[in-house]
Design a protein around this ligand. Structure first.
Ligand code: PLP
Length: 400
């Protein structure tokens, strides 16, 4: 048997991917499963972006590119940060990677020594804690789950800062809560962070464009320029342009950090796919109505699902201001039981029950650091979402 390192043995597989695989298996066995466990827009990549990729291929843009990304894409990213976020970067402060996910990981690998701490506010995106672990760091959870808005405050943050804190990871709009931090909320955090010059901040803005009811977007580097030399602002094309499979993320930050990330990339992936980079230039520089079209669809779906859950008396949906997930409080059902399914001791058992009895694949809140909840992705057609939400409500009535 091949020896697997201790670090990898203690690494969790992504629970969202595991649930998506289980749903696929059940579907293959003939069950009518609605898979709402993973987070990707269900739209096709807009045509003008697909055409740009085909044209890049025809032009022969099929070779290795600069490790940090093609000059054309890095310049498009500089324009994007300037136009949409009021941030100004030089080319050596920009890196393009194989999705935002890879850039987050590269940044951690570039900066963490064994035992360095990374503060991750809970609820969190499932991958942060394991990426920290993989990079040799220690994930310190800042528990925001008892707050109504599920957001990090300066008081919560202050309590978890230690001399070993190397990073704080912020994510707004948030996966899984849909919470969007206001400029004032970020300014409060910034005031505390200014007192702690050894802490870097990763601002994961991947859901920037998916916000509802005109909720404004703010990012930390814009709110507090005094922190700019310690902030890595991360974004990408996956969610805004329905380009999850193209694997293009980008980040802007201090040149020394970006340089270290480029070095890691040079020894691992070399560069993000040349053709996808060419397509991403057109996504960022081209017409933006596709972004607004997607946003509007997600807002409509949020309302649709919220309305159905409003008719349930023992599950309660949080109201997301952005992203495309619904975090649902099912604490009232925990401790209950259903005929033939036994007793539900936790959210994972409940999610299994919804999979077996409602044929809907969800993810347990525990995976996001918020036990007693589940997350439902709203990245599916209206009819599918309506059917799934109704099935969940109906199944919840079976629990006493
Ligand atoms: N950050 C968050 C909060 C996410 O939810 C995701 C994807 O689900 C990512 C980053 C990764 O995005 P990408 O497709 O660019 O790797």
């Amino acid at each position: 048997m091949v020896y697997i390192s201790k670090r990898i043995r203690s690494l969790n597989s992504s629970p969202t991917i595991a649930m998506a695989e289980r749903a696929r298996e059940l579907r293959a066995s003939g069950k009518d499963i609605i898979g709402l466990s993973s987070g990707e827009p269900d739209f096709d990549t807009p045509q003008h972006i697909r055409v740009a990729a085909a044209e890049a291929m025809e032009r022969g843009e099929t070779r290795y590119t600069d490790v940090a990304g093609t000059p054309a894409l890095r310049d498009a990213v500089i324009r994007k940060f300037s136009r949409e976020n009021g941030l100004s970067f030089d080319r050596n402060q920009i890196i393009v990677g194989t999705g935002a996910k890879q850039l987050i990981f590269n940044a951690l690998v570039a900066t963490l020594d064994e035992g360095d701490e990374v503060i991750v506010p809970a609820p969190y995106w499932v991958s942060y804690p394991d990426m920290v672990h993989l990079a040799g760091g220690v994930c310190v959870v800042a528990d925001c789950t008892t707050r109504e808005d599920l957001k990090l405050t300066a008081d919560i943050l202050r309590d978890v800062i230690t001399p070993r804190t190397r990073w704080l990871i912020l994510n707004s709009p948030n996966n899984p809560t849909g919470a969007v931090y206001s400029r004032d909320e970020l300014a409060d955090l910034a005031a505390l962070l200014l007192e702690h010059p050894a802490i870097n901040i990763m601002s994961d803005d991947i859901y920037e464009h998916i916000r509802f009811e005109d909720t404004p977007f703010a990012t930390l580097a814009q709110v507090e320029p005094g922190l700019a030399d310690r902030i890595l602002t991360i974004n990408g094309v996956s969610k805004a342009y329905a380009m999850t499979g193209w694997r293009i993320g980008f980040a802007g930050g201090p040149a020394d950090l970006v340089g270290a990330m480029v070095k890691i990339q040079s020894q691992t992936t070399s560069n993000a796919t040349s053709i996808a980079q060419a397509a991403a230039v057109v996504a960022l520089d081209g017409p933006q109505d596709c972004v607004e079209d997607g946003r509007r669809v997600f807002e409509r779906r949020r309302d649709l699902v919220m309305n159905i859950f409003a008719g349930a008396n023992r599950i309660k949906s949080c109201r997301p201001a952005g992203a495309f997930y619904m975090l649902v409080d099912c604490r009232d059902l925990i401790g209950g039981s259903a005929e033939g399914s036994g007793h539900f001791a936790d959210d994972e058992m409940l999610v299994r029950f919804f999979l077996e009895n409602a044929n809907v694949a969800l993810v347990a809140g525990s995976a996001f650091g918020i036990p007693g909840f589940f997350r439902m992705s709203c990245a599916a057609g209206d009819d599918v979402l309506r059917e799934a939400a109704n099935r969940i409500v109906k199944a919840s009535w079976l629990i006493s």
